[in-house]
Design a protein around this ligand. Structure first.
Ligand code: SAH
Length: 234
C-alpha cells in the first residue's frame, strides 16, 4: 500500500514546480503509480523520478507526466492519441481527463501488462494497439490531442496528418547539439503547423517498425538491438 504521506509529498512538489491545473494534480493523486512500476522499485513509486520498466524502457518522471498533461490542455470531449504506451501510466492519467484515449506500443509484453493494469483500474475508455505508433492510428483519426512519449528526430508525417484542425501535439524532438531533447508543442492552425519549444527533456527513442524479438527475458539484447537500429546498424 502506498504511504499517503508519499502521495501528498509528490503532489506538493509538483505544485512547487509550477503544476497548477487541479484536474491534472487530482488525476495524479488518484492514479496508483505503484501499479505501474516493477516490484524492485515499489519504494520509489511515488518519488518524482523516472524508473526502469520491461523491454529496456522507462516510466516517465511524474513531473514530466504532469507537465505534458497540463500543456496538452485535455478537455473532457477530447479523443487523444498516445504513442508509446510503456507502463500505461500516462495513458491512465489521460483517461481520467479525456473522453477516449488511443495508445500504441511496439513491445508486446509492455502492452499486455498495461492492458491488465487498465482492466484492474476499470479504465474502459482506453483502446490499445500493438504496432508502430509513427504511423498513428488512421482508423481512429482525427485526434484532438496527440502525445508522443518517445523522442523523434522529426514529427512523423502520419501524426501531423492525423492531428485535427485546432489540435495540439506534444513531442520530444532530438536537439542536434545536445544529448537531450526539446519538448515541442505543435498546433494545427488554419495557417499550418506552429511549433513552440517548451522544455529540455530526456526520453527513450521513438523507433520505427516492430522489435525483431519479443521475449520479455531478452530485455538486454532487445536494448542492444534498439540501439543498433537507431544507429542505422540494423
Ligand atoms: N508513456 C509511457 C512512457 C513510455 S517510454 C509511460 O507512461 O510509462 C516510451 C515507449 O515508447 C516505450 O515503451 C517504447 O517501446 C515506445 N515506443 C518507441 N517507439 C515506438 C513506436 N514507433 N511505436 C510505438 N511505441 C513506441
Amino acid at each position: 500500500m502506498p504511504d499517503p504521506d508519499a502521495i501528498a509529498r509528490l503532489i506538493m512538489q509538483l505544485r512547487q514546480h509550477g503544476i497548477r491545473d487541479a484536474r491534472v494534480l487530482e488525476a495524479i493523486e488518484k492514479t496508483p503509480r505503484e501499479l505501474f512500476v516493477e516490484d524492485d522499485w515499489q519504494a520509489q513509486a511515488w518519488e518524482d523520478t523516472a524508473l526502469p520498466i520491461a523491454c529496456g524502457q522507462t516510466i516517465s518522471q511524474p513531473y514530466i507526466v504532469a507537465f505534458m498533461t497540463e500543456q496538452l490542455d485535455v478537455q473532457p470531449h477530447h479523443r487523444v492519441l498516445e504513442v508509446g504506451t510503456g507502463s500505461g501510466y500516462q495513458a491512465a492519467i489521460l483517461a481520467r481527463l479525456a473522453r477516449r484515449v488511443f495508445s500504441v506500443e511496439r513491445h508486446r509484453p509492455l502492452l499486455e501488462q498495461a492492458r491488465r493494469r487498465f482492466r484492474a483500474l476499470g479504465l474502459e475508455n482506453i483502446e490499445t494497439r500493438l504496432g508502430d505508433g509513427m504511423r498513428g492510428w488512421p482508423e481512429a483519426a482525427p485526434f484532438d490531442r496527440i502525445i508522443v512519449t518517445a523522442a523523434a528526430r522529426q514529427p512523423p508525417p502520419a501524426l501531423l496528418e492525423q492531428l485535427a484542425q485546432g489540435g495540439v501535439m506534444l513531442i520530444p524532438l532530438d536537439d542536434p547539439l545536445h544529448d537531450y531533447q526539446q519538448l515541442v508543442r505543435i498546433r494545427h492552425t488554419p495557417q499550418g503547423f506552429e511549433r513552440e519549444t517548451l522544455l529540455p527533456v530526456r526520453f527513450v527513442p521513438l523507433l520505427p517498425g516492430m522489435p525483431r524479438r519479443e521475449n520479455a527475458s531478452e530485455t538486454i539484447r532487445q536494448q542492444a538491438d534498439d540501439n543498433a537500429e537507431r544507429n542505422g546498424e540494423a
